[in-house]
Design a binder for this molecule. Structure first.
Ligand code: ZN
Length: 128
């Protein structure tokens, strides 16, 4: 471990928190889009039928789509900080995988405060 890795650790933490907030905002925007879509699609789908949802990963340029049934979508989003992403579309600094399916993963988002705590607690060992 090098103390000189970041010239100003506070600055680095502040920057990471800002990134975390942006990631969160981006993912919430996609989630909102998907939720509206889910409400629109659900009455028209047969049981077990899937609809395309956008990937809710942190990459602003990702427009990947996931094929989910309304039930899969609902159970993946039963918690506020859970998001559905394409397999592998994960930023381990900002989120952790809570559920892996063949065609989609569910991630749990850290709050900006949790991101900071994790960095302070273990700065050289990001998970995975
Ligand atoms: Zn993605």
């Amino acid at each position: 471990m090098s103390d000189e890795r970041y010239q100003d650790e506070n600055e680095f933490l502040e920057w990471q928190k800002q990134r975390a907030r942006r990631v969160e905002k981006n993912e919430q925007a996609f989630r909102g889009y998907n939720e509206r879509r889910q409400q629109f699609e659900k009455p028209t789908l047969l049981i077990g039928e899937t609809a395309p949802f956008v990937c809710e990963c942190a990459d602003e340029d990702c427009w990947g789509t996931l094929e989910l049934t309304p039930d899969e979508f609902e159970s993946a989003h039963d918690q506020e900080d859970h998001f559905t992403v394409l397999p592998g579309h994960v930023m381990p600094e900002f989120e952790t995988v809570v559920d892996r399916h063949e065609h989609y993963w569910v991630v749990e988002k850290f709050t900006p405060e949790e991101v900071e705590q994790r960095l302070v607690a273990d700065p050289d060992q990001p998970e995975r």
